[in-house]
Every structure is written in structure tokens, then in C-alpha cells.
Design a protein around this ligand. Structure first.
Ligand code: B12
Ligand code: SF4
Length: 412
């Protein structure tokens, strides 16, 4: 049997995967063209050398074929929804109930990202490239799923949906009469350049929440993360306030626990960001906060990754190690196993997170009624105000009882 892997993990760690002996081929990046070409080569004994994005082993070691251009998104065929429906009823099982709507569809309108932040897994796979479908094509697909299967909401899973103001505005105008709710991911500095008219239109067209990589309130850390250079702490706060005017909820994701020379400096940076997040909440309490601990990705050549290696971090040397509970937690962005992050740092982050999510239960929760929200908030208030986050067992107990939504374990 021939085994082929693709996707983010395989692309970022090809060597140990191929050397494990379990996997024969890896598709490095988009598989839209490479995968059928590989199947054709295997079935018809054609050479592998010409298949772009293919990685495989020869007697001389690992061969990485050249990268292909990102496929033109307009030329890809429409997804075969009818086929999906034939074995997995779309309206009953596939379109899920979320805070956006009763039948939420997932959609990818673009691929890649034009930025090269040094902590992000998207960079090694797409290398700062981005290609998008036109606003008309996206609208056509969405309308089709709405009319045929009753979708009333959309989650755009693009790494960066809002790269182009022009495309976003065109799409907003088209989707406005359809009365659908939608969500997508963006950069703060990009969207801060959008005009007031564009932001108002985007909201009127149904966009209720936008996910932003805020990462840190500290400009030095933003520089370390290579966040493109134009995002800064003051802007992050100002923009949260600006979005309040338009009734768009910002969902800010932070990356805590970045490397620093001493444990004291690591903790000082964590404390800085905790205070910063509280400032964001003070100007716009509806801002959703997602906290990640920094887990290195293999962005070879970046200053950050060099600092990470110098600090003594290295990835597992065997594929089997990745399935150990420890590395699984690393992959889930829970316990990064980085040499500079100690137990007290992780406790401080997680305890703050518990108190924060108790004091501000996420607006995306569809299980919590108003009474439960008030009770959890009341119970977390003193801790939130005083900064005493240790052992927040009573808040955890509430979670056990009511199972409210925790962005920290459930993702966005
Ligand atoms: C949707 C999504 C989720 C959803 C998944 C829902 C679901 N049921 O599938 C949810 C919210 C659950 C989620 C959770 C998490 N996610 Co997520 N998620 C995404 C997201 C936005 C889209 C993924 C997707 O479906 N893409 C559509 C497919 C078609 O595109 P693709 O994966 O790039 O595939 C192409 C190629 O890679 C290749 N390919 C892919 N697979 C294969 C297989 C073969 C055989 C071949 C030949 C080719 C091939 O061909 C495809 C077409 O060109 C990506 C970011 C992004 N926009 O890509 C993050 C992303 C994958 N998630 C990420 C992370 C970190 C997580 C979490 C750990 C976050 C957390 N702490 O909660 C969890 C982990 C969950 C888990 N149990 O593993 C990271 C991964 C980083 C990494 N691996 O190093 C990403 C890249 C976001 C980011 N920028 O950090 N996620
Ligand atoms: S802007 Fe976001 S998706 Fe793009 S490289 Fe930076 S962190 Fe990754």
C-alpha cells in the first residue's frame, strides 16, 4: 500500500515523516494539482521529478521538488456539494448550529496569506503568497448553498479573508440582501486602513465578528514575531474601540510565552500582556480574547526561529514521538515544551484565562443563558479586579456544571 500525506504538519516536518518508513510521499503545500498528478504517475509509472510540490525519498536522501505557483482559485472547479450530500446530508448533518446561525457553512474564499509572520505555520507552506476567488464567485457559491440547502451563516476559513478592501466591499454589497451572518479572519493593521463606509457596509451585510491576530500589546514582541511592521500596541486598543462604533465584535488572539533571556523577563512579558488585555476589555468589553502559548513552527531562517533553537528547543526526532501526550499538547498549543517557559508561566496564563473567560463569558456561547452568565461573572469579578488568579477551582466547577464554551480548548 502506498501512503501519501499532505497538509500543515506534513509540509512542515517532511524529513522525520519520510524517514519513519510509514509514509511514501508528501505533498508540500497545495495538493489540488500535485495529488492527481502523483496518482497518475504511480498508476502509469511516470517519473516523479516533474511533479511540483512533491517530497519523497530516494537512495540519495530526501528530494524536494520545486514549489508550484499557488493555483488560480478562479480556475478550480466548483466543489462537488451534490456528491457530498449523497453520503452526508448537507442540510441535516453538515451545516452546523453556531452563534452565527442555525445552519452555518464553512467556506474558503482564498488561499495563503501575503504576510510572513515568523511564528505562523502558514508561512512555510505559502511563503507570503495569497490568491483569492473573486467576490462574484464567492457570492455565487454561498447563494447556491443557501438556496439549495438553507445555509443562513458563513464561517470564512481563509487565513486572511480581508486582505483586499475592494474585494470585501464588493462581496458585502452582493451578500447584503441575503441577510446571512458571517465571520472571517483578518489583520488589525490591514483593516484599520478600511474606510468607515466600508466597515459600516461590512456590518450591514451581516459580518458580526472578525478574528484578528493581535498577538501582543508590546511593540518589541510584535517586532520579534515579525508581524509585518505596521501593527502596534496603541493601534490594537484604538481599533477595538473603533469597531465598537460599528457593532462588529473583534475576536483578538494573543500569543503569550515568547522567548526572553531570563524567566523573570518571560514572566514580565506575560504580565504586560495580561494588563494589556484588560485595557482592551476596558475600551471594548465585547472583545473576545483567545490566548495561545507560543509553540514554535519550523520557519527556517527567521530570527525568531533562530532564537528558539539557540534557547535549546528542538522538534522530536522520530515521528512516533509526535503522538506522545506531551507533543500532542504542544501541537494543540497547550504546553509548548519550550525551554524558557516554566510551569509558573503556564499556570499564570491558564489561570488568568479561566478568570477572564469567567468574568467575560464568550459571546459565541450558545449554551449559556443570561442568568448563568451573570452568576459566572459575579463569581469571577473579585479575582479579575484584584489580579488574584491562582487556583480558580470555583470557576472551573461552574464550567463542569454548565459546560460553557471555552475558546482556549475549543478553538475559534
Ligand atoms: C478550520 C480550521 C480549524 C477547525 C477544524 C474544523 C474541522 N472539522 O475540520 C477547528 C476550529 C476545529 C480548528 C482547530 C484547531 N486548529 Co485549526 N485551522 C482551521 C483552518 C482555518 C482551515 C483548515 C482547512 O480546512 N483548510 C481547507 C483545506 C482544503 O486547506 P489545507 O488544509 O491548506 O489543504 C491544502 C493543502 O495543505 C493540501 N493538503 C491538505 N491535506 C492534504 C492531504 C493529502 C493526502 C494531500 C495530498 C494534500 C493535502 O491540499 C489542500 C488543498 O490545496 C486553518 C487555517 C487555514 N486557513 O488553512 C487552521 C489551522 C490548520 N489550525 C491550526 C491550529 C493551531 C489549530 C488548533 C491547534 C488551535 C487550538 N489550540 O485550538 C486546533 C487543533 C484541532 C485539532 N483537534 O487538531 C493551525 C495549524 C498550525 C500547524 N499545524 O502548525 C492553522 C494553520 C491556523 C494557524 N494559522 O495557526 N482548526
Ligand atoms: S497575517 Fe496571520 S495568517 Fe498571515 S502570516 Fe501573519 S499570522 Fe499568519
Amino acid at each position: 500500500m502506498i501512503i501519501i500525506w499532505g497538509g500543515y504538519f506534513a509540509t512542515n516536518h517532511p524529513k522525520i515523516i519520510l524517514e519513519s518508513g510509514y509514509v511514501d510521499f508528501i505533498i508540500n503545500g497545495p495538493g489540488d494539482h500535485a495529488f492527481p498528478q502523483l496518482l497518475d504517475a504511480i498508476e502509469n509509472n511516470k517519473p516523479f521529478e516533474l511533479i511540483k510540490n512533491l517530497v519523497y525519498l530516494t537512495h540519495n536522501g530526501m528530494v524536494k521538488n520545486p514549489k508550484a505557483e499557488i493555483p488560480d482559485q478562479e480556475s478550480l472547479p466548483q466543489l462537488p456539494y451534490d456528491q457530498l450530500n449523497s453520503f452526508y446530508q448537507i442540510d441535516k448533518n453538515y451545516l452546523g448550529k453556531t452563534y452565527l446561525g442555525k445552519k452555518t457553512m464553512a467556506y474558503h474564499s482564498s488561499i495563503g496569506c501575503p504576510f510572513t509572520c515568523s511564528f505562523c505555520a502558514v508561512v512555510p507552506i505559502y511563503g507570503g503568497r495569497w490568491k483569492a476567488k473573486s467576490a462574484e464567485s464567492v457570492y455565487r457559491d454561498v447563494k447556491y448553498i443557501k438556496d439549495k440547502w438553507g445555509a443562513d451563516a458563513i464561517e470564512f476559513h481563509d487565513n486572511n479573508f480581508f486582505v483586499s478592501e475592494k474585494r470585501t466591499v464588493e462581496f458585502a454589497k452582493l451578500i447584503l440582501p441575503e441577510k446571512m451572518s458571517w465571520w472571517g479572519m483578518a489583520r488589525i493593521d490591514t483593516m484599520d486602513k478600511f474606510s468607515d463606509e466600508s466597515l459600516a457596509l461590512i456590518r450591514a451585510a451581516g459580518c458580526r465578528i472578525i478574528f484578528f491576530g493581535a498577538e501582543s500589546g508590546n511593540d518589541a514582541v510584535l517586532k520579534q514575531l515579525d508581524k509585518g511592521g505596521t501593527q502596534h500596541g496603541a493601534q490594537i486598543i484604538r481599533f477595538a474601540e473603533r469597531l465598537k462604533k460599528f457593532d462588529i465584535i473583534p475576536e483578538y488572539s494573543f500569543v503569550l510565552g515568547t522567548p526572553a533571556p531570563t524567566p523573570e523577563e518571560v514572566m514580565a512579558q506575560i504580565e504586560f500582556d495580561i494588563r494589556f488585555i484588560k485595557k482592551v476589555k476596558a475600551v471594548n468589553p465585547r472583545t473576545e480574547i483567545i490566548l495561545y502559548t507560543y509553540s514554535p513552527v519550523a520557519t527556517e531562517g527567521s530570527d525568531l526561529f533562530n532564537a528558539v533553537k539557540e534557547a535549546g528547543f528542538h522538534f522530536p526526532e522520530k515521528l512516533e514521538d509526535w503522538v506522545s501526550p506531551q507533543w500532542e499538547r504542544f501541537d494543540m498549543r497547550k504546553n509548548p515544551l519550550t525551554p524558557w517557559l516554566k510551569a509558573e508561566h503556564i499556570d499564570r496564563i491558564r489561570n488568568f484565562e479561566t478568570v477572564l473567560n469567567g468574568f467575560f463569558p464568550t459571546v459565541a456561547d450558545i449554551r449559556l443563558n443570561q442568568l448563568k452568565r451573570k452568576m459566572i461573572r459575579l463569581m469571577s469579578g473579585l479575582r479579575y479586579r484584584t489580579g488574584f488568579y491562582r487556583f480558580p477551582y470555583e470557576i472551573k466547577l461552574m464550567h463542569r456544571l454548565w459546560k460553557y464554551r471555552l475558546p482556549e480548548t475549543e478553538g475559534f
